[in-house]
Design a binder for this molecule. Structure first.
Ligand SMILES: NC(=O)c1ccc[n+]([C@@H]2O[C@H](COP(=O)([O-])OP(=O)(O)OC[C@H]3O[C@@H](n4cnc5c(N)ncnc54)[C@H](O)[C@@H]3O)[C@@H](O)[C@H]2O)c1
Ligand SMILES: O=C(O)C[C@H](O)C(=O)O
Length: 309
């Protein structure tokens, strides 16, 4: 039997995630939204591409959570995106309300599912999903680090004029202005990029990475990025469905790791069939640890505002 992935929110990120999942033939997809007709129309449109692409996936559009029952994974993209001049944190109150109603419905219909949170502000929304679901931390994971590190990889590959496949990159911390790109753990074909790119130029690439979402919002004007974000969420879906034991930077609920307790922060995680299978702890310099702590403090502030600290 095929796996079942529900995507809540059939907007830009949600619909594009459905597209990537189908393109990789990972699972049957249920696309759910509050907008009547939107998920149905997008799902039918995607279904009609399946014969052309020679893919066997069923994509169902719905407004009814009954159709999401017993999903293996639920990806939550429901919520408003930011527009130019806004920070992700400006979405806090609206999206917290949406997250609370969505998660209750998700849990009622798929009590054993694994939730991947995408809605912003990401770390606080992951914490809200964790608290409202009552799930163990293994089954609530936030998507941000895969996207942020993919952005860093893109900029490094552009700088070194090499294949993106040769570049690995590392980003820690929250998905906001306080994220921590770690050049020291980033490589081109195994060679530390700190040996290939001068420090001042690297700083510029790190800053561009931290502002990567805003750069796209400025271009798009009506919303935020969705091709890379949906691709990033689907890399996590694939790691779980295929039990890949893949190490990916994700927002995870820390319980003492990195000296942080009771908060979602972006750290290297092992993803497999059980969801979050391990948090990988690496040695940080005092400066990096301080940057991570600052990032955690800003997540805590948001969580306090919406009562999920
Ligand atoms: N974590 C990340 O790295 C990352 C990356 C990109 C976008 N995002 C966030 O993802 C969210 C979605 O972005 P988008 O570009 O797809 O926005 P969008 O406006 O295109 O889509 C959002 C969808 O959510 C739906 N929705 C609203 N309330 C709902 C509810 N209660 N139940 C079900 N669906 C509901 C809307 O009808 C809409 O179709 C935003 O909050 C955005 O900031 C996060
Ligand atoms: O920037 C945003 O608001 C959307 C997302 O978090 C991103 O990084 O692209």
């Amino acid at each position: 039997m095929r796996k079942k992935v529900t995507i809540v929110g059939a907007g830009n990120v949600g619909a594009t995630a459905a597209h990537w999942i189908a393109a990789k033939e990972l699972a049957d997809v249920v696309l759910l939204d509050v907008m009547e007709g939107t998920p149905q129309g997008k799902a039918l449109d995607l279904m009609q591409a399946m014969p052309i692409e020679k893919l066997d996936c069923t994509i169902t559009g719905t407004n009814d959570y009954a159709d999401t029952a017993n999903s293996d994974i639920v990806v939550i993209t429901a919520g408003i995106p930011r527009k130019p001049g806004m920070s992700r944190d400006d979405l806090l109150n609206t999206n917290a309300g949406i997250m609370s109603t969505v998660v209750k419905q998700v849990v009622a219909h798929s009590p054993n599912t694994i939730i991947i949170v995408v809605s912003n502000p990401l770390d606080a929304m992951a914490q809200a999903a964790f608290k409202h679901s009552g799930f163990p931390r293994e089954r609530v994971i936030g998507m941000a680090g895969v996207l942020d590190s993919a952005r860093f990889r893109t900029f490094i590959a552009m700088e070194l004029d090499c294949s993106v496949e040769n570049v690995t990159a590392f980003v820690l911390g929250g998905h906001g202005d306080t994220m921590v790109p770690l050049s020291r753990y980033s490589t081109m074909a195994g060679i530390p990029i700190t040996e290939l790119i001068p420090a001042d130029r690297l700083k510029e690439l790190e800053t561009r990475t931290a502002n990567g979402g805003a750069e796209i919002v400025k271009f798009l004007k009506t919303g935020s990025a969705y091709y890379a974000p949906s691709s990033a969420a689907v890399e996590m879906v694939e790691a779980i469905l295929k039990d890949k034991k893949k190490i990916l930077p994700c927002a995870a609920y820390l319980q003492g790791e990195y000296g942080i307790d009771g908060l979602f922060v972006g750290v290297p995680c092992k993803l497999g069939a059980n969801g979050l299978e391990k948090i990988i702890e690496i040695k940080l310099t005092a400066e990096e640890q301080a940057a991570l702590q600052k990032s955690a403090d800003s997540v805590k502030e948001l969580c306090t505002v919406i009562g999920v600290q």
